[in-house]
Ligand binder design. Structure first.
Ligand code: PMP
Length: 442
């Protein structure tokens, strides 16, 4: 049985105190903590097996290569890929999204082609395509988000056209938690012959992922958001598309042979992993994926769903007038993310106050500025009628506080969080005098 109290024993950092209080780590959508198994494998690799991979015939290089290749196999199993060769290791989701945009987009997009993104896209998914569109004379269109936090599926008939060549979207929003209707988006893409690029940064760590059923062409996700190390991530791609795609970065480890006139590329996935990779991060990502599979991804999903249901219920019952929550109200439609504002209190002030009580949350626009502007997500009673001209003014006015859960979070922690929010609400008038810290631009 899945028991978060048992899980917690594997995470040394959770025994830390912050400002004299036990750490409550609710910033998992930004990055998760690491279990001892992941920490140990990194130490073990450096102590006993370290060498560069794929370059030496000596024992250490062979061992390191085997460990790194095995991690690809584990990740293939984790997302039910047909083969580990479809699994390209990269640094993070941003890296995966840039890889597809440059490698597929530069080769296949023409002037006047259309790319369909969404207003809830993370900048890491939106901006690479905007850049490629500019280079190729293509046009980016956006699917809007409804006030309830869902994609506006009614608009698809007009947005998706025979000119659409790419549809790119997050499977789950990092701000609203909304789980998007992948089936519908894939169906629409197939009707017009478009490829589908899915950002799995907020879905793969939290839900069972089966790329065979998902039906998308590409899926990117980050290792550090699923108990793995920073510097680890995955781009999964459909084999036939990966095979015909141009390379993004070229150099050592991408080639079989090079003459002055010619280059013969390596097989998948190595031709997309240029240079010496983050070997230990890749190996430890495999251990993180094994850890999650042992917990059971259905259990992970159920646990977060219960935490979110409980949080939403208590927030709406106890702070109906003081706290505004964003995104779907049905826990079945969202991941373990709760974004909100205390009306009248700047989001950064709230995050700082929560930190004084040991609670780690994220505040700001969470790398999703267009979404915040579109839904007018602000702590103000009433948002201004137009966007302030200066970015620094926009960054102060718009934003939210985000609590995001994972496998080691408990109902007791949520109780403490709600109780602390109550204290902050009571101190609202005094806290209003606080000048919000310079916001991060995320
Ligand atoms: N997409 C989404 C939905 C995300 O939440 C994030 C991380 N906040 C990213 C992409 C980018 O991930 P990374 O910073 O690991 O590249």
């Amino acid at each position: 049985m899945f028991d978060p109290e048992e899980v917690r024993k594997d995470f040394p950092i959770l025994s830390r105190k912050i400002n004299g209080r036990p750490l409550v780590y609710f910033d998992n959508a930004a990055s998760t903590q690491k279990p001892i198994q992941v920490i140990n494998v990194i130490v073990e690799f450096y102590r006993n097996h370290y060498a560069n991979i794929h370059r030496g015939l000596h024992t250490l290089s062979q061992e390191a290569s085997e460990m790194y290749e095995k991690a690809h196999e584990t990740l293939a199993k984790f997302i039910n890929a047909y083969s580990w060769e479809e699994v390209v290791f990269c640094n993070n989701t941003t890296d995966a999204m840039n890889l597809v945009a440059y490698a597929w987009g530069l080769k296949n997009l023409r002037e006047g082609d259309e790319i369909v993104a969404t207003i809830m896209d993370h900048h890491s998914t939106m901006l690479p395509w905007r850049k490629i569109a500019k280079m190729k004379g293509a046009v980016v269109k956006y699917i809007n988000v409804t006030p309830q936090g869902y994609l506006d599926y009614d608009s698809l008939n007009t947005i998706i056209t025979p000119k659409t060549k790419v549809i790119v979207f997050p499977i789950a929003s990092n701000v609203l938690g909304t789980i998007n209707n992948v089936e519908e988006l894939v169906k629409r893409a197939r009707e017009v012959g478009s490829i589908v690029v899915a950002d799995g940064a907020q879905s793969v760590p939290h839900t069972l992922t089966d790329v065979r059923k998902l039906g998308v062409d590409f899926l990117g996700f980050s290792g550090h958001k699923m108990l793995g190390p920073t510097g680890s991530g995955v781009l999964w791609g459909r084999r036939d598309i990966l095979e015909e795609m141009d390379l993004f970065k070229v150099g050592g480890d991408t080639i079989r042979d090079v003459t002055v006139d010619d280059t013969v590329w390596l097989d998948l996935p190595w031709r997309f992993e240029a240079g010496t990779p983050n070997i230990e991060a890749g190996i430890a990502l495999g251990v993180a994926a094994e850890y999650l599979m042992k917990l059971g991804m259905e259990n992970v999903r159920e646990h977060e769903k219960h935490l979110v249901a409980y949080t939403l219920k208590r927030l709406s019952e106890e702070f109906p007038d003081d706290i505004r929550v964003y995104g779907p109200r049905d826990p079945g439609d969202k991941t373990g993310v709760v974004s909100f504002n205390i009306i009248g209190l700047n989001h950064h002030t709230v995050a700082k106050a929560l930190d004084l009580f040991g609670i780690a949350v994220r505040s700001g626009m969470h790398c999703a500025h267009p979404l915040h502007y579109s839904l007018k997500i602000t702590y103000l009673e009433k948002p201004p009628s137009s966007l302030p001209e200066k970015p620094e003014d926009r960054l102060i006015l718009y934003g939210s506080v985000r609590a995001s859960y994972y496998v080691y979070n408990t109902f007791e922690e949520v109780d403490y969080f709600i109780e602390t929010l109550g204290k902050i609400v009571n101190l609202k008038e005094a806290l209003k005098k606080e000048k919000p810290e310079a916001p991060c631009t995320g």
